[in-house]
Design a protein around this ligand. Structure first.
Ligand code: ZN
Length: 144
């Protein structure tokens, strides 16, 4: 299994190469704001919300004390199985942490956010970045 840093280097190299190719062909990067949001999602998906949150990994240690949020996830998902599913692995992780964040928000403010404060397009692009990073992680795991 490739190390945390091997995954990071691989992911960022692929992101860089694809960005250069897209830039050269004038596709997508015409909107720098969306590109930045995609990059932010990709960063979160590479460094924090990775498939290896199902074990005592470097990724989970990077959460610091907030690692406690991922303990139920670790107990629920056996390493290398559904957490490493290329289609729904990332979706499950994003839903899991979103429910916790919404729960904390509710406990603090006694209500849920009344309206979407962020454009759905930005949310979609951000999630795409996370899912792309997770997919690359799974591809690299499969190769080594
Ligand atoms: Zn892995």
């Amino acid at each position: 299994m490739p190390s945390y840093n091997t995954h990071r280097i691989f992911n960022y190299l692929v992101f860089l190469v694809i960005s250069v190719l897209l830039y050269k062909s004038n596709v997508f990067i015409t909107n720098l704001g969306l590109y930045f949001i995609l990059g932010a999602g990709f960063y979160i998906g590479t460094d924090f919300i990775t498939p290896d949150l199902d074990i005592e990994s470097t990724a989970i240690k990077r959460w610091g004390v907030l690692k406690i949020l991922w303990l139920p996830y670790m107990w629920l998902f056996k390493h290398g199985q559904s957490s490493h599913n290329i289609l729904y692995g990332a979706v499950v992780r994003v839903l899991y942490i979103s429910l916790i964040i919404l729960g904390i928000y509710y406990l603090l403010f006694r209500s849920l956010p009344s309206e979407m404060m962020v454009s759905p397009v930005y949310v979609f692009v951000f999630l795409t970045g996370i899912m792309a990073a997770n997919a690359l992680h799974i591809v690299l795991d499969a190769v080594f």
